[in-house]
Design a protein around this ligand. Structure first.
Ligand SMILES: Nc1ncnc2c1ncn2[C@@H]1O[C@H](COP(=O)(O)OP(=O)(O)OP(=O)(O)O)[C@@H](O)[C@H]1O
Length: 266
């Protein structure tokens, strides 16, 4: 068994309304990400997947407050780190792929400039060397004509291609220890979805990445993930290996999710 890279321990949180009242949304969330594994966090909309992921990176909404628990990454509680320490971890150690890559990118810079700039921020070096790295990263995620594509703006990319570029940035340019992917294939058509997932798995395996995939698509999970965390209404209801979750789900909610995705009979 390999080591745990990140653990979320008894993490609870709530939204604070303008009048100060707290509405709890996360309740004692517990799970661990094993080094080198791809772990899926699954659950219906509103179950708390994104909030948990955003909290790992320290980019949760300003009105969200932790009420208990901790998130340990390499022995340090991320929830107690200051802005400077978090900035040093974000990108370089933990990076994230967001759902809508075109919206997440800066529209006024070319895709190549954005990748190159992030490379320089993380690793230094000249602009030309950084652009060469950017083009190489686009090539490695199978973007055709990467030199030409690097000179284009995000709106000139298709959704699938933008997602590839975002993965290139998060996985290959940042070279993080942990890659978090929040619904990376939502909104893409089915064939593109499976190509993107193949890419994630291949990069994960070849770069030795630890990945956390947030998704509501259990089909994707069955094919790609090692471990699964099932969330419902702000709680973790079940965790296990992908095989155990798919062949012998213990919790009624997990069985309902599997049945809804037509992967197993109800
Ligand atoms: N800015 C916000 N203000 C108030 N409540 C919020 C805010 N963002 C999220 N919530 C609430 O927190 C809960 C968890 O939301 P979260 O976005 O983590 O769910 P999710 O499982 O990621 O859903 P989805 O799959 O739709 O992204 C939900 O009940 C949601 O309505």
């Amino acid at each position: 068994m390999s080591d745990v890279l990140l653990s979320v321990e008894n993490f609870s949180g709530a939204f604070r309304a303008a009048d100060g009242r707290l509405t709890p949304v996360l309740h004692d969330v517990n799970f661990a990400l094993r080094t080198g594994a791809i772990t899926a966090v699954v659950g219906e909309t509103g179950s708390g997947k994104s909030l948990t992921a955003l909290s790992i990176l320290g980019i949760q909404p300003a009105t969200f407050v932790r009420t208990s628990g901790r998130i340990l990454f390499e022995g340090r509680d991320l929830l107690t780190l200051g802005a400077t320490a978090l900035r040093a971890i974000r990108g370089r150690r933990i990076s994230m792929v967001f759902q809508d890559a075109r919206a997440a990118m800066n529209p006024v810079f070319t895709v190549g400039q954005q990748l190159a700039e992030v490379f320089r921020l993380q690793h230094g070096g000249s602009r030309d060397a950084a652009m060469a790295k950017a083009i190489d990263a686009l090539r490695r995620v199978s973007i055709p004509e990467p030199e030409r594509r690097a000179r284009q703006y995000p709106h000139e990319f298709s959704g699938g291609m933008a997602q590839r570029a975002m993965i290139a940035m998060a996985a290959l340019i940042c070279r993080p220890t942990l890659l978090i992917l929040d619904e990376p294939t939502t909104g893409l058509d089915v064939t593109i979805q499976s190509e993107i997932m193949e890419l994630i798995v291949e990069l994960g395996r070849s770069a030795g990445l630890t990945a956390c995939l947030i998704t509501h698509d259990l089909g994707v999970v069955a094919e790609t993930c090692d471990a699964v965390v099932v969330m419902n209404a702000g709680r973790v209801v079940e965790t296990g290996t992908a095989e155990a979750i798919f062949t012998a789900p213990q919790h009624a909610y997990t069985r309902k999710l599997l049945a809804a995705s037509l992967l197993v009979p109800a």
